[in-house]
Design a protein around this ligand. Structure first.
Ligand SMILES: Cc1cc2nc3c(=O)[nH]c(=O)nc-3n(C[C@H](O)[C@H](O)[C@H](O)COP(=O)(O)OP(=O)(O)OC[C@H]3O[C@@H](n4cnc5c(N)ncnc54)[C@H](O)[C@@H]3O)c2cc1C
Length: 504
């Protein structure tokens, strides 16, 4: 939409163009509100971090009958050959509490968990299709796929499929979308928020609105804010996703008195290819991540292990191990696997743009691990192999208890000895996904100010909401949070716009 076509008066402005923003826009349109979405990226790069995802969404379900409602295309054969288990609301809630060390805001957590299934069903009405994540969340044992880790569903077509579906639904619903449209300021008076100032194709525009939904992501793509809030060295992390999430929505809201909330020094960060570009590449998507470390070991420049690679299913550790890698000398690590497990490595290990070394002996491998002390590495593998207890059978579908005993840093599950050539190694650094700190919202997604009072006309959803995630994160929850609170924000903002009855 050219700058001249951008309406200067609407019921509702949504700032952002990812999953949370589109869910807010679609929910608001259901009330008949006129909606303008401002996406600062050009059309070809629209969709924020949501577009970079695999589309994995954590959802509470009570068994295969629920899943069949969500995914009516499930075949009888798939139902017969798969153990989908169940993932009840209690388990989802418990997982979220456990990995956030019981700091998650119980009110927001409960809303997200209890409304997750219903929200995904609503997304189906808005053109999003789902399928089981066979490739990443289930291993076939004795002829049957078994899902593990509470993550069973992905959007069809991954992140790109999710975003295309939502934009297509938005177009059908008559939602106006401005690309290259960066919101820079909230227009606000004593009554509350009245619109936004935006830079659209290089020109400044004032857009009046009865309510505004902020859904413009966190500050992960802002190196200066990362160093300021996350701490030293975070300016050196690679950004896994969009370059456009620079904290604008958070800044604009703080400028008019919003309450900062949540884990401002925390973020989601993973092991990411050491030679990946500074920002995400849409052609590669999430392929630079390397998430199969529970089946091997990770060593730093000294050749030493530094985390319990098998502490839990990777869903519950991957989001905090990026930080652990950043804290190592020169901010890198190598993941090491032997031939017993390479068939279990995820697809991302087989992409072209991968930093990899292979060898038939550990000594030869040691010479190929760039930046690593070879002697230290060989001594570490030797100690690890000697302490690996192999009486429990290896089983990737459960926490198998096959562990080391007697090491300074134990490996709690999946602790095979590393002794079967060929050996494979992959170099990773820290890739930041999104930041945890943000704005405080209430159960209607209204933004709360520093006096604890909602700011009239201002709503927020997605990554820029603080209070849900602390220290760590259960995989697949970012999209679910954006969808649940995006829908609530759009719904509340449209109701508010209708109730004010006048263009302010
Ligand atoms: C590589 C990768 C893989 C991931 N995989 C998963 C996964 O499988 N499952 C999962 O649940 N989560 C995953 N995540 C996390 C997930 O992407 C986020 O939690 C979620 O997408 C956040 O949605 P959002 O709508 O809040 O933000 P985004 O999707 O990032 O959208 C923010 C939008 O705001 C726009 N914007 C920013 N500033 C402005 C401004 N001033 N004016 C206008 N627009 C602005 C941006 O351009 C963008 O369109 C992954 C993230 C990455 C990077």
């Amino acid at each position: 939409m050219a700058v001249e076509q951008i309406p200067d008066i609407v019921d509702l402005v949504v700032v952002g163009g990812g999953n949370a923003a589109l869910c807010a826009a679609l929910a608001a349109r259901e009330h008949g509100a006129s909606v303008l979405v401002l996406e600062c990226a050009p059309e070809a790069a629209r969709g924020g971090n949501s577009r970079f995802t695999a589309g994995a969404m954590r959802v509470a379900y009570s068994g295969v009958s629920d899943l069949a409602r969500l995914m009516p295309d499930l075949t009888d054969e798939e139902k017969r050959n798969t153990d989908f288990g169940e993932y009840g609301q209690d388990r989802f809630y418990d997982d979220l509490c456990r990995v956030t060390q019981y700091r998650t805001d119980p009110r927001l957590a409960e809303i997200m968990v209890t409304r997750s299934f219903d929200t995904l069903m609503w997304m189906r009405e808005n053109k999003v299709r789902f399928n089981p994540i066979y490739g990443r969340q289930a291993f076939k044992i004795s002829g049957k796929f078994t899902f593990w880790g509470g993550l069973t569903v992905e959007a069809w077509g991954g992140g790109p499929g999710l975003i295309d579906a939502l934009y297509s639904a938005a177009a059908e619903d008559g939602i106006a979308i401005g690309y290259r449209s960066r919101a820079i300021e909230l227009i606000c008076d004593d009554r509350g928020v009245e619109g936004v100032v935006a830079r659209i194709d290089g020109r400044t525009a004032r857009i009046s609105a009865k309510s505004v939904v902020l859904a413009s992501g966190g500050f992960e793509a802002n190196a200066e804010w990362r160093a300021r809030y996350l701490g030293p060295k975070w300016d050196l992390a690679k950004v896994r996703g969009t370059r456009f999430n620079t904290g604008d929505g958070i800044r604009m809201a703080l400028e008019i008195g919003a309450m900062p909330h949540g884990n401002w020094s925390g973020c989601h960060a993973v092991g990411w290819d050491r030679n990946a570009p500074e920002f995400g590449d849409l052609a590669v998507g999430d392929g630079y991540q390397k998430h199969s470390y529970p089946f091997g070991i990770m060593v730093n420049a000294l050749g030493r292990r530094f985390v319990d690679e098998g502490a839990d299913f990777r869903n519950f550790t991957y989001a905090k191990y990026g930080r652990a890698i950043l804290e190592q000398p020169e901010q890198f690590a190598w993941q090491i696997f032997d031939a017993k497990v390479t068939h279990l490595l995820r697809d991302e290990y087989r992409i072209k743009a991968v930093t990899k070394a292979t060898a038939d002996t550990l000594e030869a491998l040691a010479r190929k691990l760039e930046g690593v002390d070879a002697g230290g590495f060989l001594a570490e593998v030797d100690a690890y192999n000697q302490h690996a207890q192999t009486q429990n059978p290896f089983n990737p579908n459960i926490r198998d208890g096959r562990s080391t005993r007697g090491l300074a840093i134990e490996k709690s599950n999946w602790a095979n000895r590393i002794d079967t050539p060929p050996f494979e190694a992959f170099a990773v650094t820290c890739g930041i996904t999104f930041t945890f700190g943000g704005l405080k919202i209430d159960e209607n997604a209204r933004v709360i100010n520093t006096d604890g009072v909602p700011i009239e006309g201002l709503y927020a959803a997605g990554e820029l909401v603080g209070g849900l995630f602390y220290f760590n994160y259960p995989g697949g929850t970012g999209l679910t949070s954006g969808s649940v609170f995006g829908r609530i924000a759009g719904d509340s903002a449209a109701r508010f716009a209708a109730s004010t009855g006048h263009q302010r």
